[in-house]
Design a protein around this ligand. Structure first.
Ligand SMILES: [Zn+2]
Length: 479
C-alpha cells in the first residue's frame, strides 16, 4: 500500500478504539451527511440520499402492494389540536418546536411543527369517515418531522428527520390488530431481506410504548458495539384517539361506532443501523440489494491503449443487469480502491491490459476482501450470483454476531455481569411490574427492548424482584 493510501485509511478511527468516533468518521468520510446550521439538523448528501431512496422505494412498493395510498399532510399543527389526546401530548410536549410568529406578528395560537402527525390524521378522519363503506382508510405519508432533541447524532437522533408514517382507520379492533401485525411484518421483511439485518420482533412494554397507543410492536436489531437499535414500530391505538377526536362511523345496522386506528413508522434512523451493523474499519459495507452502485469498475493502467474502451464496453454490458459505475478519472487505482471501500460498494471490478489479454476481470468483494478471476464470458452469470452471496453473507454474519451476543440472565448479578462483559441482548424473565423495569434501567442502563413474539421460559422468577415471572423480555443498552 502506498503512503498516500495509508494516510487515507488513517482518517477513520478504529471501531475497537472508539466506536462513536468511528461512526462519526464513517458518516463523514463516506459522504453520507453534513451538519446543518441549526444544532442537530443534518444535510443528507447525494450518496446518503441515494441509499435512503432505495430503502424508501422498496418500502413504498410494499405499502402499495398491501393496499395503502400516499398522501401529504401539513407540517403545522395548531396547539389546540395537539392537546386533544392527553397521553399523546404529554409524550411529545418536551420535544415540540413551536411557531409563535408570522412575520412580525405574534400568532393568536401557537403552532407546532409536527413531531408526528397522528392528530392531523385524526382530525381529518373525524370529518371524512361517515359510514362503514368509508373503511378501512389506509394512508401513508413520506415526510419530515421535528423533535427538539438534547443530544443529537447524524441519523440516530436528529432534530429533524425523514421518515414515513402510516395512519389507518378500521371498523373493528381485530382489523386494526391485523394491520399492526402486517406492517411490522413489512418492516421486518425490508430490514432482513434488503438491509441484511436480523431483527427480533415483539411488543413494547407499557413504559416504552408510543404515547397514546394501546400497544406498540417493534423490530429490534443489534449494532456492532452490542447496543440495540429500535428499527421500526407499529402501533395499535384501539379507539383511544377516535374517542378523543370523535371519529365515528355508522355500521351496517345504522349504529354509531368508534373507528380503530393504527400508525407505523420507519425513519432515516435505519441508516444508522446499516452503518453500525455492517461497517468495518475500512468504512461502510452496503448490502447489494440496496446499494446505489453494486459494482464499481476500476480500470488499471488506463493510459494504455484500449483499456478504457474495453472498460466502458464492459460497463455498458453490465448496466443491463446490475447497478454499475466506472471511475475513469485520473486518480491512482489505490485511491479509488480506498474510496469505494469507504463507500461500501459491494464489488470492485478491476480490468487492466493483462486481464484484457486473457479475456478476464478481477472481482473483489468489499465484505471479505476475497478476489476471484472471472472470464468475461462468465461475468453476466457470475456477478449477479456473487451479489446474492454477499447479501446472504452479510445477513449470516450479522445473525451470528447477534446470536453470540444474546445471553440469558436469571438474576441481577448475572444480568450486570453479562452486560459488562458481553453487552448485547439479555433474555430475562419479568414479573410485569414497571418498578422492576425502572430499577433495571437505573442499575444497568439497559432498557426493555421488547417482549418477543417467540416466548421462552428461561426461569420461573423475575430477574429483578424474584417474584413469579409473567413473560420473557429482551433487554439491552440502546441507541
Ligand atoms: Zn419483578
Amino acid at each position: 500500500m502506498g503512503k498516500k493510501n495509508k494516510q487515507f485509511v488513517e482518517k477513520i478511527t478504529a471501531m475497537e478504539d472508539d466506536f462513536a468516533q468511528w461512526y462519526t468518521d464513517v458518516v463523514k468520510q463516506a459522504e453520507l451527511v453534513d451538519y446543518g446550521q441549526v444544532r442537530g439538523t443534518m444535510i443528507i448528501k447525494p450518496y446518503g440520499y441515494a441509499i435512503w431512496e432505495n430503502i424508501r422505494d422498496e418500502l413504498d412498493r410494499k405499502f402499495k402492494e398491501t393496499g395503502h395510498s400516499n398522501v401529504a399532510f401539513p407540517l403545522f399543527i395548531p396547539e389546540s389540536l395537539l392537546q386533544k389526546e392527553k397521553d399523546h401530548v404529554e409524550g411529545f410536549a418536551p420535544e415540540v418546536a413551536w411557531v409563535t410568529h408570522g412575520g412580525d406578528e405574534e400568532l393568536a395560537e401557537r403552532i407546532a411543527v409536527r413531531p408526528t402527525s397522528e392528530v392531523l390524521f385524526c382530525d381529518y378522519y373525524s370529518k371524512n369517515i361517515h359510514s362503514y363503506r368509508d373503511l378501512p382508510k389506509l394512508y401513508n405519508q413520506w415526510g419530515n418531522v421535528v423533535r427538539w432533541e438534547k443530544t443529537t447524532r447524524p441519523f440516530l437522533r436528529s432534530s429533524e428527520f425523514h421518515w414515513q408514517e402510516g395512519h389507518t382507520a378500521h371498523a373493528t379492533d381485530e382489523d386494526a390488530s391485523e394491520e399492526t401485525n402486517k406492517m411490522l411484518g413489512v418492516y421486518a421483511d425490508l430490514v432482513e431481506q434488503y438491509l441484511a439485518i436480523p431483527v427480533y420482533k415483539g411488543r413494547k412494554t407499557d413504559k416504552e410504548k408510543f404515547a397514546g397507543a394501546k400497544y406498540t410492536l417493534t423490530i429490534e436489531s443489534l449494532m456492532h458495539d452490542g447496543k440495540a437499535l429500535q428499527s421500526g414500530t407499529s402501533h395499535h391505538f384501539g379507539s383511544g384517539f377516535a374517542e378523543a377526536f370523535d371519529i365515528t362511523y355508522l355500521d351496517e345496522n345504522g349504529k354509531s361506532q368508534f373507528v380503530h386506528q393504527t400508525s407505523w413508522g420507519l425513519s432515516t434512523r435505519i441508516m444508522g443501523a446499516l452503518i453500525m451493523v455492517h461497517g468495518d474499519n475500512r468504512g461502510l459495507v452496503i448490502p447489494p440489494r440496496i446499494a446505489p452502485t453494486q459494482a464499481m469498475i476500476v480500470p488499471i493502467a488506463q493510459h494504455k491503449e484500449g483499456v478504457l474502451d474495453k472498460a466502458y464496453e464492459l460497463r455498458d454490458k453490465l448496466k443491463e443487469i446490475i447497478r454499475v459505475d466506472i471511475d475513469a478519472s485520473d486518480k491512482m487505482p489505490g485511491w479509488k480502491f480506498n474510496e469505494y471501500e469507504m463507500k461500501g460498494i459491494p464489488v470492485r471490478v478491476e480490468m487492466g491490459p493483462k486481464d484484457i489479454e486473457k479475456e478476464q476481470v478481477v472481482l473483489v468483494r468489499r465484505d471479505t476482501g476475497d478476489k476471484e478471476f472471472v472470464a468475461l464470458s462468465d461475468l453476466e452469470d457470475r456477478l449477479p450470483a456473487l451479489l446474492e452471496e454477499i447479501q446472504q453473507g452479510l445477513f449470516d454474519k450479522a445473525l451470528a454476531h447477534r446470536n453470540e451476543k444474546t445471553t440469558i440472565a436469571k438474576d441481577m448479578e448475572e444480568f450486570k455481569q453479562t452486560l459488562d462483559q458481553k453487552t448485547g441482548f439479555i433474555k430475562a424473565m419479568w414479573c410485569g411490574d414497571q418498578e422492576c423495569e425502572e430499577k433495571i434501567k437505573e442499575e444497568t442502563a439497559a432498557t426493555s427492548r421488547c417482549i418477543p413474539f417467540e416466548q421462552e421460559k428461561v426461569s420461573d422468577t423475575c430477574v429483578c424482584c424474584g417474584k413469579e415471572a409473567k413473560e420473557l423480555v429482551y433487554w439491552a443498552k440502546a441507541y
